[in-house]
Design a protein around this ligand. Structure first.
Ligand code: HEM
Ligand SMILES: N[C@@H](CC(=O)c1ccccc1NC=O)C(=O)O
Length: 292
C-alpha cells in the first residue's frame, strides 16, 4: 500500500537525519534547559501546577522580548528616528495581545484546584518579577520602593537601579519633541528620573498643537498614538490579571503580603503618559475639515 493510501507523508530523501555533531533544533533552542525548568513543588505533583508554571514562564519570555523591543525603541527615539520605532511598536502591540489572551488559559484553573497547591508557593509572588518591574520602569512608572524584593539579588538590583535612574520612553519622547523645537518645559527635559512622572499643562499644550495640526506633525502624532496604544494594552493586561485573581482567590491576601485585589486595583489608576489622555478632553472640533 502506498504511503498516500495509508494517510502518511513520505519523508523526502533530502531530509537530514544524520545529525551527529551538527547543531540541531534542540541544541539551538537549548530545549534541555528550557524543558527541564518546569518543576512542581507540590508532592505528589498536582496536575494543575504545570499549567501555573508554564503560564508564568511563557509570560516571562514574552516580557523578555518586550524589554528588548522597548529598549530598542528608546534608542531610536534618542537618535530622533521615530520611523523605525513604529515598526517595533507594531510588534510590541502583538506581544501585548498574546499576553492578554493568555489569561484565558489560566482562567481554567478553579479556586479549589489552586488552593490545593497554593501553600507550596510560600511568599513567592508576581510582585517579585524583575522583568515586570523593568517594563514598568521603561514605560515610566518609577517607584524606588518596588526595588525592595531585589535587594538580595545583586545583578538584578543593579539593572533595575539603572532603569530607575534613566529616562523612560515617554521622557525620551518629550526630550525628542524639545529637540524638534516644541515648547517642553525644562523640568521635563532634565530632571531626577527616579521620581514618578508629574503631569504638566505645558506638555499638554504641546500635544494639543500636535493633534490640532496632524499634517504638520505627522511623526509626533503617530508616536503619540503608538504610546496610547501601548498604555491601553498594558492596562488591559493589569485589569485581566486582577479579574483572574478575583475569580481564583477572591479577596484573599496575596502571597507577596499585599491586600490582593485591592492592591492590584490601585494600579489601574496609574497613567504612564497622562497628558496624552488629558489632551483628548481638551480637543475641540476643527475649524475646517481635514483629509484628502
Ligand atoms: C492564580 C494566578 C494568580 C494569582 C492568584 C495572582 C495573584 C497576585 C496577587 C495577589 C498579587 C499582589 C501581590 C501579592 O501580594 O502577592 C499579584 C501581583 C503580581 N502578579 Fe499575579 N497572580 C496570578 C498570576 C499571575 C501571572 C500568570 C502573572 C504573569 C507573570 C502574574 C504577575 C504578577 C505581577 C507582575 C504582579 C505585580 C503587580 C504590580 O506590582 O502591580 N500573576 N498577583
Ligand atoms: N500572589 C499569588 C501567588 C502567585 O500568583 C505567584 C506565586 C509564585 C509565582 C508567581 C505567582 N504569580 C503571580 O503573582 C497568590 O497570592 O496566590
Amino acid at each position: 500500500m502506498s504511503a498516500r493510501a495509508m494517510n502518511k507523508r513520505d519523508l523526502e530523501p533530502g531530509i537530514v537525519t544524520d545529525l551527529a555533531g551538527r547543531t540541531t533544533y534542540g541544541d539551538y533552542l537549548q530545549l534541555d534547559r528550557l524543558l527541564s525548568a518546569q518543576v512542581p513543588r507540590s508532592q505528589p505533583p498536582h496536575h494543575d501546577e504545570l499549567l501555573f508554571i508554564v503560564q508564568h514562564q511563557t509570560s516571562e519570555l514574552w516580557m523578555k522580548l518586550l524589554i528588548h523591543e522597548l529598549s530598542a525603541c528608546i534608542r531610536y527615539i534618542q537618535a530622533d528616528r521615530l520611523e523605525p520605532s513604529f515598526k517595533i511598536f507594531a510588534r510590541v502591540a502583538h506581544i501585548q495581545r498574546m499576553l492578554f489572551e493568555q489569561w484565558s488559559v489560566l482562567e481554567t484553573l478553579t479556586p479549589n484546584e489552586y488552593l490545593e497547591f497554593r501553600d507550596t508557593l510560600g511568599h513567592a509572588s508576581g510582585f517579585q518579577s524583575f522583568q515586570y518591574r523593568a517594563l514598568e520602569f521603561l514605560l515610566g512608572n518609577k517607584d524606588d520602593a518596588a526595588l525592595g524584593p531585589f535587594k538580595h539579588v545583586q545583578g538584578v538590583h543593579a539593572e533595575l537601579e539603572r532603569l530607575l535612574e534613566s529616562p523612560g520612553i515617554y521622557d525620551e519622547f518629550l526630550r525628542h519633541l524639545a529637540r524638534m523645537g516644541h515648547d517642553i518645559p525644562r523640568s521635563h527635559v532634565e530632571r531626577d528620573w527616579r521620581q514618578p512622572y508629574e503631569r504638566s499643562p505645558q506638555v499638554m499644550e504641546v500635544f494639543r498643537r500636535i493633534y490640532e495640526d496632524t499634517e504638520k506633525h505627522w511623526d509626533a502624532y503617530e508616536m503619540c498614538e503608538k504610546l496610547v496604544d501601548t498604555e491601553e494594552r498594558f492596562q488591559l493586561w493589569r485589569y485581566r490579571h486582577m479579574m483572574t485573581v478575583m475569580r481564583i482567590i477572591g479577596f484573599k491576601q496575596g502571597t507577596g503580603g499585599s491586600s490582593g485585589v485591592g492592591f492590584l486595583r490601585k494600579a489601574l489608576d496609574l497613567r504612564f503618559f497622562p497628558e496624552l489622555w488629558d489632551v483628548r478632553t481638551a480637543l475641540t472640533p476643527p475649524a475646517k475639515p481635514r483629509g484628502v
